[in-house]
Design a protein. Structure first.
Length: 78
């Protein structure tokens, strides 16, 4: 949903950097996948096609915070 976002904090040795992936349009969502030592955060369409992807080494990832959309938009019954 528009408004989904994920914040990733990564260690860079001399400090840390923060990155954010946000669902920018209605109908898009943010998905997180962790596999083989890599954290992958993608903004995807309704059909599952990735629009943009960010990849980080899992060993360097300090925090991964998911902020789901508030869900205050119209529901299927409206």
């Amino acid at each position: 949903m528009k408004g989904d976002r994920v914040e990733i904090v990564v260690d860079f040795g001399d400090g840390s950097r923060s990155y954010e992936v946000v669902a920018t349009r209605a109908g898009r969502r943010v998905e997180v996948r962790i596999a083989r030592g890599v954290v992958e955060v993608s903004e995807v369409t309704r059909t599952g096609t990735p629009v943009r992807t960010a990849r980080f080494m899992a060993g360097r990832t300090l925090a991964l915070v998911e902020f789901p959309a508030d869900g205050s938009g119209p529901t299927a019954g409206d």
